[in-house]
Design a protein around this ligand. Structure first.
Ligand SMILES: [Zn+2]
Length: 424
């Protein structure tokens, strides 16, 4: 089993190319706690090679001045990171909006948006999320991207997974602008009322529903294209990427290709994708398998799109992290399974110093990661383009293992099952 895990991780190293192999994510709150960040970097000096890149999160409907101020704080960490060979990248943590994150009256430092910047729900009411076709939103996105790329100069720039429709988000924007664009695309004469009645009726909804799903994907592509346009206008070499969730994207589109192509831009620059969602607690190990089935599907279709996708980076969910939710060993096991599922790289561990977690736990995590990484034997020349064989091998072995040690009501028993699969 250990040999299998090590060879799978070695595969990831060989496939990473200019993209990192291991990423650790940090919340934007660390910007205001440089003394904490310095302590975290002590762990990285103590255990070098644990990761290749940091993603710092930020975002919000802010003025350019405030965005630049935050970007400067984040950029100030660069010298400390470069000493340990870690690159700095950025995650725009809010695009269309997470929950009610964009709602409410503007706060000091917020950018002011017109009423038509917001999505309209099927009932005609204003939603909490930006309309991806709003000129004001697109102008904001171009400004935001340019400011971050100019001030912080990240190596890669990731659009958060709130750039979606469906799942936990509304299933489309029914604002007059989007309805008009849908009619122009399909030759229809829908109003919000007639379209909603068709989409949610008991009668046959096709082919209108199919057209609406494809239209939503194009709408999200419009937003992604604004990001690419901003990078191109300032000549930034930054790698652009999209953080997806489940491969079953529901109303977001039939797949993520329209978003990725828009992010790739007219020059067809390779982009990255970060699939994966859920599985926050190791006490339910089958959740890990379920998640990686979805990730394997996403990775497989990304391979079919040729050079468009340069990196498939797994999302390890650990936020808000609690020590008993996932052990570092379980995180390593899940990471190996992600590589077996077709990922080229892994993004690990949301660290938030504002969460009830001492820096000593971060130190333990970095130590485990560095030890696991040292055991990776760098291989070259073997670059499988399909996940299926490795995935099938892993799946078969893990199912056998879980069958021999069935999950019980005892969390410790389940944890030991995972650790038996993990690195020593
Ligand atoms: Zn709209």
């Amino acid at each position: 089993m250990k040999k299998l895990i090590l060879s799978l991780l070695a595969t990831g190293v060989a496939m990473a190319g200019e993209w990192p192999f291991v990423v650790i994510r940090h919340t934007g709150a660390i910007n205001n706690a440089p003394e904490v960040f310095e302590r975290l970097m002590e762990s990285h000096r103590r255990y070098p090679g644990a990761c290749d890149e940091f993603w710092f999160a930020g975002g919000g409907r802010k003025t350019n001045e405030l965005i630049a101020e935050e970007a400067a704080k984040f950029a100030a960490f660069r010298p400390l990171c470069e000493k340990t060979g870690i690159r700095l990248s950025y995650q725009q943590g809010l695009t269309l909006g997470h929950g009610a994150s964009h709602d409410g009256p503007p706060k000091p430092g917020d950018r002011i948006f017109p009423e038509d910047a917001w999505q309209v729900g099927r009932d005609g009411k204003r939603m909490h999320f930006f309309c991806p076709r709003s000129p004001a939103v697109l102008a904001f996105q171009r400004d935001f991207t340019k400011t971050i790329l100019t001030v912080a100069k990240p190596d890669s720039y990731w659009l958060d997974d709130d750039l979606r429709m469906g799942v936990s988000k509304p299933d489309g924007c029914f604002c007059p602008r989007c309805i008009a664009a849908f009619n122009a695309k399909t030759g229809g004469s829908w109003t919000r009322e007639t379209l909603v009645a068709k989409l949610y009726s008991e009668a046959a909804r096709e082919p209108v529903r199919a057209a609406w799903i494809a239209f939503n994907a194009e709408s999200l592509g419009v937003f992604a294209a604004a990001t690419r346009q901003a990078a191109d206008e300032i000549g930034s070499p930054c790698r652009l990427a999209y953080q997806a969730v489940w491969s079953d994207t529901i109303y977001t589109g039939y797949d993520t290709k329209p978003i990725l192509e828009a992010l790739s831009g007219p020059d067809r620059k390779p982009v990255g994708i970060r699939p994966g969602a859920g599985f926050y607690v190791e006490a339910e190990p089958r959740g890990m398998v379920k998640k990686c089935m979805s990730v394997a599907r996403e990775a497989e279709r990304c391979r079919d799109w040729g050079p468009l996708v340069a990196s498939v980076c797994y999302e390890q969910e650990t936020y808000p992290r609690h020590v008993l939710h996932k052990s570092p060993g379980a995180i390593m096991t899940e990471s190996a399974l992600a590589i077996a599922s077709g990922c080229d790289s892994i993004s690990l561990y949301w660290y938030a110093h504002t969460a009830p977690e001492p820096v000593e736990e971060y130190d333990r995590f970095v130590r485990t990661l560095a030890r696991s990484r040292r055991r990776v034997r760098t291989s070259s020349g073997w670059r499988p383009r399909r996940a299926a064989p490795a995935w099938a091998a892993w799946r078969g072995l893990s199912v056998l293992r879980l069958r021999r040690r069935p999950a019980s009501t005892c969390a410790n028993r389940r944890t030991s099952t995972l650790r038996a699969l993990a690195f020593p």
